[in-house]
Design a protein around this ligand. Structure first.
Ligand SMILES: Nc1ncnc2c1ncn2[C@@H]1O[C@H](COP(=O)(O)OP(=O)(O)O)[C@@H](O)[C@H]1O
Ligand SMILES: [Mg+2]
Length: 255
């Protein structure tokens, strides 16, 4: 399937002092596409994702976002453009409830005798609708986030991202701390997010997850793209060979 490109990476390099972590990375992420980023420890995956999300400056190279040259200098600049990293836990306020987290900084208000007050009912309805459309079940939207599981927190973050017009979400090992059932829900959630036209980049070291959720698999090896393949056109064995360097891109399904 040909997709409209959302983000194009053009020859991105990154040096940490003498270490060349990225040696010229080029690939594209389409609208509504899930790209799994695979590679051995130290391959450069996290570095790349940080650069995309404005958390790290590349040494050279450029990015095109929705057809325009764009390089976020800070995470908030990336976020304003619709690019966000979802870290389990880190971006939610645990001491307030689900609704408050959803609307953090964007609260709905109504006027009582001319004075703006929070419109809790309206906000709760918005959150309920958003979660329902994604198939996310949270027992009570008035539960403080500290009482929710890791999987529920992740689902809230992703729902919030979708609701506020997010365009590209980056996930670095999102299920590392989750159990089997929560991981399954998380994978479903990713598919739901992509079905809204959002681009998804997921770093995972679990091959099965990559094949379950990704449209494309991009393998990074020692700072270069060692494979960029349709997940339906390759196999776990072939991807392992790309990761370890036994073969380069273009290997078909293993016999
Ligand atoms: N802050 C840093 N300072 C120096 N070297 C770093 C830093 N972060 C990562 N590296 C190095 O860059 C390379 C790529 O790391 P990283 O992007 O974390 O890989 P991955 O996420 O694929 O495991 C590794 O050699 C790592 O040691
Ligand atoms: Mg990493």
């Amino acid at each position: 399937m040909t997709r409209e490109p959302l983000l194009v990476l053009d020859n991105i390099t990154k040096k940490y002092g003498a270490i060349e972590a990225l040696k010229g990375i080029s690939f594209a992420i389409g609208k509504g596409e899930v790209v799994a980023l695979l590679g051995d420890n130290g391959a450069g995956k996290s570095t790349l994702v940080k650069i995309i999300a404005g958390g790290l400056e590349p040494t050279s190279g450029r990015m095109l976002f929705e057809g325009r040259e764009f390089l976020a200098r800070t995470p908030s600049e990336a976020k304003a453009a619709g690019i966000e990293t979802v870290y389990q836990d880190l971006s939610l306020a645990t001491n307030v409830d689900v609704v408050a987290n959803f609307f953090m900084g964007r609260e709905l208000t109504r006027r009582v005798f001319g004075v703006p007050v929070l419109d809790e009912k309206a906000m709760e309805a918005v959150v309920a609708a958003a979660l329902a459309s994604a198939g996310t079940r949270i027992p009570s939207l008035r539960t403080r986030v500290e009482h929710l599981s890791g999987g529920q927190r992740q689902a809230i973050e992703l729902n919030r991202f979708v609701h506020w017009g997010g365009k590209l979400v980056l996930l670095d090992e999102p299920f590392a701390a989750l159990g089997v059932e929560q991981t399954r829900r998380g994978l479903d959630m990713i598919k739901h997010v992509a079905s809204q036209g959002i681009g998804v980049v997921i770093i995972t070291h679990i091959m099965q997850q990559a094949f379950q959720v990704a449209d494309r698999i991009v393998v990074i090896r020692q700072g270069v793209v060692a494979g960029d393949v349709d997940s339906s056109q390759t196999s776990p064995d072939a991807v392992v060979r790309m990761i370890t360097g036994e073969t380069l891109a273009g290997a078909g399904p293993a016999g």
